[in-house]
Design a protein around this ligand. Structure first.
Ligand SMILES: Nc1nc2c(ncn2[C@@H]2O[C@H](COP(=O)(O)OP(=O)(O)OP(=O)(O)O)[C@@H](O)[C@H]2O)c(=O)[nH]1
Ligand SMILES: [Mg+2]
Length: 313
């Protein structure tokens, strides 16, 4: 079979084709599956860097500055901002997040936002596919920004080879990661907004927390940054490289396999789910919900009925 011309254009690094490919993935377009199939042999060779953290901790500003820093070494950089709030916008987002878009003018930097909602097959699958597209297009570094609230978002960042957790100074006694459940996944802590007066206090709290934390092979380093000024960004980049060098291949392989296993589960459930969902009309579905709501029937019985009916067909 002739490869799709879209696939060929993605492999050649055409930004238009990359954007189109990610749209296919976003919209669960039937063509997406063939495209990913064809791209797949060309994937798996980039460095995928996650940047997560509580809302407003400066993730987008950090990514913006990291693009600048990394592009000194390596020109081809892809960025995926997984955005929980905005519906899919084709990469145009308002406010501070738009700042990093200035890099989108550069021929070898590709930036794209993806909405977290509305993926039939789950967020891990959609993001994983977008990463495949960027890898196949020859991006050597792929940055994935995602807000660290909610299990889905946390799972996405766990697909990265290296996870940065951004924190900001807090006046209070608590460290935000406790709440967000990001403790276990950080390879590097970025204490951003180090220009704020409470930064030193937060740094001490964080260090104390890390020192008293559960036994770990290595305690994640803490890098202080003022992202708006670009302060600490070079150190952050060097720390990322150092960790990746020190670790060797084993951890990377383990992470890659874990990401693939999530994707595979998503893909299997989507393949099972799609015919079932398309087999029920919206009206019928609403009717079921009504019945469940009135306690005429429980949701398990309905689910079994639906599946049995489809199997009968
Ligand atoms: N004072 C100070 N402000 C900063 C710093 N870094 C980012 N900001 C500001 O903090 C605000 C939030 O920054 P973003 O980069 O949008 O944060 P974010 O984590 O991407 O936000 P969400 O994607 O909405 O969760 C913006 O107004 C930035 O200008 C910093 O180092 N110091
Ligand atoms: Mg952001």
């Amino acid at each position: 079979m002739e490869p799709m011309s879209l696939t060929k254009d993605i492999l050649e690094g055409s930004p238009r084709a990359i954007a189109k490919g990610i749209s296919l993935v976003e919209n669960d377009h039937p063509q997406a599956q063939d495209m990913i199939r064809e791209l797949f042999p060309h994937t798996g060779n980039s460095s995928v860097i996650g940047v997560t953290g509580v809302p407003g901790s400066g993730k987008s500003t950090l990514v913006d500055k990291l693009i600048e820093e990394i592009s000194r070494d390596e020109k081809k950089i892809g960025v995926i901002a997984v955005d929980p709030s905005s519906p899919f916008t084709g990469g145009a987002i308002l406010g501070d997040r738009i700042r990093m878009m200035r890099h989108a003018e550069k021929p070898d930097v590709f930036i794209r936002s993806m909405a977290t909602r509305g993926h039939l097959g789950g967020l891990a699958k959609a993001t994983g596919e977008a990463i495949f597209i960027l890898e196949a297009s020859g991006m050597k570094y792929i940055l994935v920004e995602t807000v660290g609230v909610g299990q889905d978002e946390v799972d996405v960042v766990k697909m990265a080879d290296l996870v940065n957790v951004a924190l900001l100074p807090s006046g209070g006694d608590d460290i935000q990661t406790f709440k967000a459940g990001l403790m276990e996944i950080a390879d590097i802590y970025i204490l951003n907004k180090a220009d704020m007066p409470s930064a030193d206090k937060t740094e001490r709290q964080l260090q104390a927390m890390l020192d008293s934390g559960p036994e770990k092979e290595s305690i994640p380093p803490v890098v202080k940054t003022v992202a708006t000024e670009g302060e600490g960004i070079q150190e952050l980049y060097l720390t990322m490289k150092r960790i990746q060098d020190e670790r060797g291949q084993d951890i990377r392989i383990e992470r890659r396999k874990r990401a693939l296993s999530w994707m595979l589960k998503d893909i299997i459930s989507e393949m099972l789910y799609r015919p079932i969902l398309s087999g029920i009309s919206d009206e019928k579905f609403d009717l079921y919900v009504q019945k469940i709501y009135r306690r005429e029937v429980d949701p398990y019985t309905v689910a079994e009925d639906v599946i049995r009916e489809l199997e009968g067909n």
